[in-house]
Design a protein around this ligand. Structure first.
Ligand SMILES: *[C@@H]1O[C@H](CO)[C@@H](O)[C@H](O)[C@H]1NC(C)=O
Ligand SMILES: *[C@@H]1O[C@H](CO)[C@@H](O)[C@H](O)[C@H]1NC(C)=O
Length: 395
């Protein structure tokens, strides 16, 4: 017997045996000898072929994830990509030129957390000449631009300006005009806008269970450095605290909260102060997403209500500008505390949308934005030049 036949037998014996068994049960006569070998081989091969075809047919649905929920007005998340294994399409190469604030993570997190697998991410600068995109973190650029990637730039290569701070907290490094091809920012009109969005529910959600509350108003604040623009919110907080008790957590108030306690602490508060450090269009951060995900009503300080409503339903939050002053807001919150029916109306949006918990570990801070950059270069081939970066950014 040749090795080939031997190998064949080893592998297909169960199939042949099974078919043979059926035949001998039902067939009146058994073919013998050589004929039997031939017949069984044909049946075996046929069975194998059938199994193979079945596997092949079911393979795509096994590899492709199901279609995501229909995108709603607030959910502009990157679409799921079909992770087809064969033939492997050539994925664009995206080079991360600086690790933002040295917060490193495993690039496979993009697939894990966001189902993003549309580019090949690398931090290996020796691949510079091959990179289709280079992601350049604004805060890491030296003032004399000496640590930017080298010239000449490969003609097909796109440089992405990567910055997620507000203008108040942005250093104007000179010489950045006509240098980049794409922008990645919290701004909705960036080429790659980044934020935590609500997702539209496909069907009406299950009944919402309000988490147990033992605190009225909470605020986690790590930064009260006035140089970062926090004066507005600090003043508002001081005025508010004269009229209502606010539970403070965070570095700024020496009551450090463990990361694993973040969501449970938020859940235990009726209201949460989602006060941005500075007020700019679209600058609505995870400070809003946190309470929405935790089942708490955000009280927002930031851009006007209309801008919030671009992203979340108008009845999911309370805006400080809805009141003439902090005292009136405090009175309203105290009134809601006694009116369960009115309070629960702030959770009605949950029937149609859901909020997902954002990543909170410091090491995870830049995962979402970098992954979104990857998703973008995997899907878009358009080229452009960002002529006047700051004129756009510092509106
Ligand atoms: C990207 O921008 C640079 C600098 O302005 C420009 O020279 C280059 O043509 C652009 N590249 C692409 C691929 O559009
Ligand atoms: C949810 O969506 C349905 C239609 O699908 C609509 O009738 C209803 O008003 C929405 N509810 C909320 C709270 O937005």
């Amino acid at each position: 017997m040749s090795t080939f036949l031997y190998w064949k037998e080893e592998v297909y014996t169960p199939v042949i045996g099974f078919i043979g068994g059926c035949l001998s049960d039902t067939g009146p006569t058994m073919p013998s000898g050589f004929e039997r070998v031939i017949l069984f081989s044909i049946l075996g091969l046929g069975g194998f072929l059938m199994l193979f075809l079945m596997y092949d047919k079911s393979a795509p649905s096994r590899i492709c994830p199901p279609e995501p929920a229909l995108p709603g007005p607030y959910s502009k998340r990157p679409e799921n990509r079909c992770l087809s294994k064969q033939p492997e399409p050539e994925k664009p190469l995206l080079l991360l030129w600086f690790w933002p604030e040295n917060r490193r993570f495993d690039f496979s997190d993009c697939a894990t957390f966001f189902n993003i697998d549309g580019c090949h991410l690398t931090d290996d600068r020796s691949l510079y000449n091959k990179a289709d995109g280079v992601l350049i973190f604004h805060k890491s650029i030296k003032h004399d631009l000496s640590n930017l990637p080298p010239s000449p730039r490969p003609p097909f290569q796109k440089w992405i300006w990567y910055h997620v701070e507000s203008p108040t907290n942005t250093i104007r490094i000179p010489g950045l005009d006509n240098l980049f091809n794409l922008t990645l920012s919290y701004r909705e009109d960036a080429d790659v806008p980044v934020r935590w969005r609500l997702t539209a529910r496909k069907s009406q959600g299950e009944d919402f269970m309000l988490p147990k509350k033992d605190k009225l108003v909470c605020w986690i604040v790590s930064n009260k450095d006035p140089a970062t623009g926090t004066e507005v919110r600090d003043n508002y907080y001081r005025e508010l605290a004269k009229h209502i008790k606010v539970e403070l957590f965070g570095k700024a108030y020496a009551r450090f909260l463990k990361y694993e306690d973040y969501y449970s602490t938020l859940s235990s508060c009726k209201f949460y102060l989602s006060f941005e450090n500075s007020v700019h269009k679209d600058y609505i951060t995870e400070k809003l997403n946190g309470p929405l995900a935790a089942g708490t009503v955000p009280v927002v300080l930031g851009p006007p209500r209309q801008n919030y409503e671009d992203f979340v339903p108008g009845d999911s939050f309370i805006h400080i500008n809805d009141f003439p002053d902090a005292k009136a807001l405090a009175e309203f919150l105290l009134k809601l505390d006694k009116d369960d029916e009115a309070y629960l109306r702030y959770f009605q949006w949950r029937r149609n949308f859901s909020a997902q918990e954002h990543l909170i570990q410091p090491s995870q801070e830049f995962i979402q934005s970098i992954c979104y950059g990857c998703d973008h270069v995997g899907k878009h081939k358009e080229y452009r030049v960002v002529h006047n970066l700051y004129k756009w950014y510092f509106v």
